[in-house]
Design a protein around this ligand. Structure first.
Ligand code: HEC
Length: 269
C-alpha cells in the first residue's frame, strides 16, 4: 500500500465531513477519493478492469445512499438545479455546455492519433520444416535426406577436403557479411538486422540439426519459412537463386567443420 496516498484521501474525506459538504460534493469526493485510492493507493498496479468494476460498485452504493432519503435527494439535486437555472451561473453553464462535447472530441482525436504499434508477434526461431522441398527441379524428402558428400569423410578424405575448401570459399563469398568471419553472427551487416543472423557457434543452432534442415534453410531462406517463422522478419536470402545444390551442401560441410560441431544423424525408423 502507498500509505501516504490513502492517508491523504482519508484526510480529504474528513475535511469534507468537518466542513459539512453538501450531498453532491460529498458524492463527488467519494467517487474521486475511491478512484485515487484504487489507482495510486497500491504499490502493485491494479488492472484497469478491476478499477472499473470497483468504481461501478462505488457508484451504485452512492446512488443507493442518496436515494434512500428525501432530504439527501434534495440536497444532491439542489446545486445542480441552481447551476442550470440561476442567471449568475449562466456564463459557467455556457462554458460547461461547450466543454463537454470538446472533451469528447478530444478523446476521439487522441484515440485516432495514437501511434500505431505493430501487433505483437512471437517469431519461432526454429520452425518445423516442410516434409519435402524442390530445389533446382529435384525433390528432396527432408525427413530422410542427408548430405550426399558426408560419406566422403570416410571413403575419400581427399575429395572431402576439396568439398570443405569449396564450402569455405562459398562461405566467405556469400555468408560472412551477415554470419560473421568467426560464424558468431556478428558480420558487418548484422547490426542492421533484426533478428540478427544466426550464431553458428551457439550450441542451440546447427549443432541441434541434421544437414537436411540446414539445406532447407539455406536454399529457401526467409521466404521459405512457414507462418510461425515470421518470414518477413528475417533477412536470410534464398540461396537456391545463387548457388547450386552442390555448393549448398559444401558450405554446410564447412559450417560444421569450422564450428567443430557434428550434424545430427538421420534417425532410423
Ligand atoms: C543478408 C544477411 C545474411 C546472409 C548474407 C546470409 N544469412 Fe543466413 N541468416 C540470416 C539471418 C538474419 C538469419 C536468422 C533468421 C532466420 O532464421 O531466418 C539466418 C539464418 C540462417 C540459418 C538458420 C540457422 C538456424 O539455426 O535455424 C542458416 C543455416 C543460415 N542462415 C546459413 C547461411 C549461409 C550458409 C549463408 C551463405 C550462403 C547465409 N546464411 C547468408 C542472414 C543472412
Amino acid at each position: 500500500m502507498n500509505w501516504w496516498i490513502i492517508l491523504a484521501v482519508v484526510a480529504v474525506m474528513l475535511a469534507a465531513r468537518w466542513r459539512k459538504a453538501g450531498m453532491l460534493a460529498w458524492a463527488v469526493a467519494w467517487l474521486l477519493g475511491m478512484w485515487v485510492a484504487m489507482r495510486y493507493g497500491f504499490v502493485v498496479p491494479v488492472p484497469a478492469s478491476v478499477i472499473k468494476i470497483y468504481m461501478g460498485i462505488v457508484v451504485l452504493s452512492l446512488i443507493a445512499y442518496v436515494l434512500t432519503d428525501k432530504d439527501r435527494i434534495a440536497e444532491f439535486w439542489g446545486p445542480i438545479e441552481a447551476f442550470v437555472t440561476e442567471p449568475r451561473y449562466r456564463l459557467l453553464l455556457a462554458a460547461t455546455v461547450l466543454l463537454i462535447p470538446a472533451a469528447v472530441a478530444y478523446q476521439i482525436y487522441a484515440g485516432m492519433t495514437a501511434i500505431p504499434n505493430a501487433p505483437f508477434f512471437a517469431r519461432t526461431v526454429h520452425p518445423a520444416p516442410p516434409d519435402s522441398i524442390t530445389v533446382h527441379g529435384s525433390e528432396l524428402a527432408l525427413g530422410t535426406a542427408d548430405n550426399p558428400y558426408r560419406e566422403l569423410e570416410e571413403t575419400s578424405p581427399e575429395e572431402f577436403e576439396q568439398r570443405l575448401e569449396n564450402g569455405r570459399k562459398i562461405y566467405f563469398q556469400n555468408c560472412f557479411y551477415c554470419h560473421g568471419d568467426l560464424m558468431g553472427g556478428a558480420g558487418m551487416y548484422a547490426h542492421a538486422l533484426n533478428p540478427i543472423p544466426t550464431n553458428f557457434q551457439d550450441p542451440g543452432t546447427i549443432a541441434m540439426f541434421r544437414e537436411a534442415f540446414l539445406f532447407w534453410r539455406i536454399s529457401k531462406g526467409a521466404p521459405g519459412l512457414p507462418e510461425e517463422g515470421g518470414p518477413w522478419q528475417s533477412a536470410m536470402p534464398a540461396w537456391e537463386s545463387f548457388l547450386t545444390e552442390e555448393e549448398m551442401w559444401d558450405v554446410i560441410i564447412f559450417l560444421y567443420d569450422f564450428t567443430d560441431y557434428k550434424p545430427r544423424a538421420v534417425e532410423m525408423h
